[in-house]
Design a protein around this ligand. Structure first.
Ligand code: F6R
Length: 612
């Protein structure tokens, strides 16, 4: 959610800022802007509603020629996405320029105070208020660093900021409270960002800021402090990140690339964690909490959006194979309903980015109430990954497409591994069933490849239904959350209204929507729910709904009931949601592209929601 970049060093800063903004654009793309301290110490800025490409085409790059600068790509919170509300923000005298991610909750009272002091404002943003607050303190103290510190002690809310000052042009000050911020330490240069994607091209040595910290970065080095002015020593962490992973690699969209990467990403999730000779599952990151996992009286899984859907599948897995009561909570609701949590509970927090504000807050609340917290996270070194008691990385690799695809299936794989590890240790799974699962697991990457090879089938169905206005997705058991996820994927990238339901629940209301214009996607594998699903299909067919059935290879009977069939290889029930999700990802992708939608950057969305 919003992207921050900054550069201070010996290069011309502008190309670094623009390249960084393009890499961060998946985090927000309503508007973009840059401000550079030129060689004559004047600060020149450009900002504009729209994408970075539009910003770039609008200004004369020769005008920005300094080697200190900041940039921002925005996902609007306060104020519509227009040129004025775009960052960087600055004070009337154009001394302080600031880019901000997060929300300043008490901005109205600060605005009132500053207005009484003669400050005026041009935008609708809370970020402009913060900028002026820094300038206010600068006027009193004549010291940039002190001014930033004083301003930050006054604000309530969340922020990741980078700011520059015309009167002190040799530095960039960055700070963090609840919104990610880091800087890469290169040779004679520092690259600041809210996301490692903008840094890795220059250096792999990164310092992550913690909440309540700020850094003063100069050409010759940096000082890390708390906002109470206490010095901090911290070594840079080396991040393993391959630039090729965050490029499209010949695919038209990141989303398509990421869908097609799933044979490898799934394998990366389980690689090294299963001994196929002994059948033992071992998750190194969970060893310290293994006793807690085995003695837990209850599991709670929390997350948002797609991660929450993964949690729902996890509930089926953990209850069925570990026999431990499991609840799934929207992270955004969790802490507001005074949850009853105790030290026998284990709370799993699922998050691709590891930065989602609601998931982070839920995790903190669970910790505060004494539960053991376990992260299931993709982004290495992210806030949730750092703050949980223990965790397992899903190792899906960078996910840039805003709609989550490979991270979802790797979250499912991680949950399956955790389930098998616990079930093995508790003896709640039969050896024969476990052997069968592990045999299936080995075949999973190849089965995913078979699904990918059939992409023409999905494209054909997409072409047939691209103009539909509504969709229903129905599934049962393990595949009910798959229906929810299928519907979410479609609505977020194609803007077609779609709903997911447990197939039998359809009779209790949604059936009223069925007519000849309603496509209904049934997830109908040959498992214990098959006969019931067929009855549900008949109910829809009787009302002239259009049936798109996701069925197992070799299931010829289902032809009788369906208008369109998408075939998926059969697997063990625990892994079926992984295979069944992939054709639905393709279906959404092809429908959205056929409608001319920007699938990588759908309207109003951002990759990582770091505000509540
Ligand atoms: C949907 C999607 C979102 C995220 C949600 C949580 O395709 O990507 O619903 O799943 O915003 O994000 P993370 O997993 O980063 O916490």
């Amino acid at each position: 959610m919003c992207g921050i970049v900054g550069y201070i060093g010996k290069r011309n800063s502008l190309p670094v800022l623009l390249e960084g903004l393009k890499r961060l654009e998946y985090r927000g793309y309503d508007s973009a802007g840059v401000a550079v301290i030129n060689s004559d110490s004047d600060i020149i800025f450009f900002k504009k509603a729209g994408k970075v490409k539009e910003l770039e085409s609008e200004f004369n790059k020769d005008l920005l020629n300094g080697n200190v600068g900041i940039g921002h790509t925005r996902w609007a919170t306060h104020g519509e996405p227009n040129d004025t509300n775009a960052h960087p923000h600055f004070d009337e005298g154009r001394n302080i320029f600031l880019v901000h991610n997060g929300i300043i909750e008490n901005y109205l009272s600060i605005k009132k105070k500053l207005s009484l002091e003669g400050f005026s404002f041009t935008s609708d943003t809370d970020s402009e208020i913060l900028t002026n607050l820094v300038e206010y303190h600068f006027r009193h103290k004549n010291d940039f660093e002190v001014a930033v510190r004083m301003a930050l002690t006054e604000v309530e809310g969340t922020y990741g900021i980078a700011c520059i000052c015309k009167a002190e042009p040799d530095k960039i000050i960055v700070a963090r409270m609840g919104s990610p911020l880091m800087f890469g330490v290169g040779i004679d240069e520092t690259i600041i960002s809210s996301d490692a994607a903008a840094i890795v091209n220059y250096t792999k040595n990164v310092i992550y800021l913690e909440d309540g910290e700020f850094a003063v970065i100069r050409k010759g080095g940096f000082q890390l402090k708390t906002i109470k002015d206490e010095h901090i020593m911290r070594e840079a962490q080396r991040i393993e990140y391959d630039l090729a992973e965050i490029e499209k690699g010949g695919f038209e969209h990141f989303m398509l690339k990421e869908i097609c990467e799933q044979p490898e990403s799934i394998q990366n999730t389980y690689r090294g964690r299963i001994n196929f000779d002994t059948g033992l599952v071992k998750l190194g990151g969970l060893e310290t909490v293994k006793d807690k996992l085995l003695s837990a009286k209850r599991f709670i899984i929390t997350g948002c959006g797609t991660a929450w859907h993964a949690g729902l599948v996890g509930e089926y897995m953990l209850e069925r194979y570990c026999r431990v009561p499991t609840e799934v909570e929207y992270a955004s609701e969790f802490r507001y309903r005074q949850p009853i949590i105790n030290s026998d509970d284990v709370v799993f927090v699922i998050s691709q980015s590891g930065e989602t504000a609601d998931s982070l807050a839920a995790m903190k609340e669970a910790k505060r109430l004494g539960a053991t917290t376990v992260g299931i996270v993709n982004v290495v070194g992210s806030t949730i990954a750092r703050e949980v008691d223990a965790g397992t990385y899903i190792h899906a690799g960078p996910e840039i497409g805003v709609a989550s695809t490979k991270a979802f299936t790797s979250q499912l794989m991680s949950l399956a591994l955790i389930t098998l590890m616990i079930a093995q240790n508790k003896g709640t799974i039969k050896e024969r069933e476990l052997d069968e699962m592990l045999r299936e697991l080995k075949m999973l990457p190849d089965k995913i490849r078979q699904i990918i090879e059939k992409h023409k089938e999905y494209e054909f169905v997409a072409e047939e239904f691209k103009d539909s206005r509504n969709f229903l997705y129905l599934g049962r058991g393990f595949n009910f959350p798959v229906a929810l996820e299928g519907a979410l994927k479609l609505k977020e990238i194609s803007y077609i209204h779609a709903e997911g339901y447990p197939a039998a629940e359809m009779k209790h209301g949604p059936i009223a929507l069925i007519d000849e214009n309603m496509p209904v996607v049934f997830i109908a594998p040959k498992d214990s729910t098959y006969d019931k699903i067929i009855s549900n299909i008949e109910e829809i067919k009787a009302r002239k709904g259009k049936i798109i059935a996701l069925a197992n290879d070799g299931d010829e009977d289902i032809k009788r009931y369906s208008d369109y069939i998408i075939h998926v290889p059969r697997t063990a029930p625990i892994f079926a949601p992984i295979l069944n999700s992939i054709p639905l990802q393709f279906l959404s992708y092809f429908i959205a592209t056929a409608r001319g939608c920007n699938v990588d950057q759908p309207r109003n969305l951002a990759k990582s929601v770091t505000v509540e």
